[in-house]
Design a protein around this ligand. Sequence first.
Ligand code: FAD
Length: 452
Amino acid sequence: MPKAKTTARIIWFRQDLRLVDQQAVRAAAAAGPVIPVYVLDDETPGEWRIGGAQRWWLHHSLAALASDLEDFGARLLLLRGRAGTVLPELARTTGAGAIHALWHYEPWARVAQDEVAAQVELHLHDGNFLAPPGTVRSGSGAPYRIFTPFWNALKHRMPPGDVQPAPDSLTMAEAPAGDVLADWKLLPTSPDWSGGFDVWTPGEAGARATLDKFAETAWDYERARNYPAETGSSRLSPHLHFGEVSPAAVWHAVPDSDSFRREIGWRDFSTGLIDQFPDYHEKSSRTQFEKFGFRNAPDDLAAWQHGRTGYPIVDAGMRQLWATGWMHNRVRMIAASFLVKHLLIDWRAGSRWFWDTLVDADLGNNSLGWQWIMGSGVDSSPFNRIFAPVGQSARFEAADYIRDWVPELKHLSDTAIHAPWEHGGVPGYPPPLVDHAVARARALAAYAASKA
Ligand code: FAD
């Protein structure tokens, strides 16, 4: 008697490119043969499709996932197009009975989920957050809008569940050939700006190695994280963004740093915000900022983007970003504050630049970061807290960091390097785009006018 054919389950990978602690993989594998698929969907997000730096990461992460799946005897199917069209079509042609995926909360991820679910049985699983966004609620039943009470409530629900291993085996169902990764041209060619990206190892093994290495020094995180010249933070952000490691796995691997776990809590919080406010990436939450007198200053914006503002700490950060796709958190705050307060340029111009240049560009974290700095968010720093770039640079001992990224200042002393113009300037390095005191007064005046 021939064996009855079990219908296949599709595993729809998105920003969860891992096999360990991946509930969609486990659920599909437990039900029978599988078709693992990644859909490159530039249509549903439209102008918010993933940017250049992330495309570089995605290429390598998909290559790693495909190779990991091969070890289990399975193949990663690559398809391109609107997920809400391509996936139901795949289910029809293969006779697959259902699709398994993890929940995602970007507005376009929800659209894709809804479109797929209208046509095929879709099972959405949790696992990309410490607690499912929207489920951490105050006594009145409302989701939180302020981080500290959110964090206190989230901590009560911790620890997260145990990390679930990858399934023992996968049985690959019959599936079409699909696309060839190289044909997607996710990597830059001319010019190839990715030379400095070799500091990263995208993929699940790279994520695990980064986590293990960080766990050894995590006890010193609270101090070291503030100093850009040190490797004091985990550098897990792109791995977490692409879901190459689960936040539960990160939590369990770092038992001796509450302050680090709190940052993972911020990631949950920011996704909770975009879940509550789907236009958080485009609209200031405090309406006064919608009539804020931003300047239209393309030359200043270009100077900021290219690390030519004349403020070494800002320029070092912007050059680190361009070269490696990542910037230290303290410097992100200084550089973002400089754009919106010293240059009075709209925070959305900054967040768009980050969207294209960060390997960890994440709708929740990026929008929260920019609205926090602007002072326009539901939970944010007050507008009149204006970072002084020189003071911050000296206080957080950024001299060696500046030497790494602004080599024309290499020869300056630890004192002079924060403000070269006060020591006669350096040929080839620009003078400050604006004077700090003048810029500060201008920003406060613009703020007062927006309240009127
Ligand atoms: P660690 O300090 O080791 O933190 C561990 C993890 O916690 C991070 O990987 C990240 O997932 C999360 N985390 C840390 N800080 C924050 C935070 N402030 N908000 C939310 N989650 C946090 N982070 C992104 O992942 N993507 C972004 O697009 C992004 N844009 C930002 C824009 C601005 C203007 C600012 C000020 C911050 C932004 N951040 C963003 C937050 C933060 O700068 C990065 O998460 C951090 O620098 C990543 O380095 P790490 O992995 O070594 O962090």
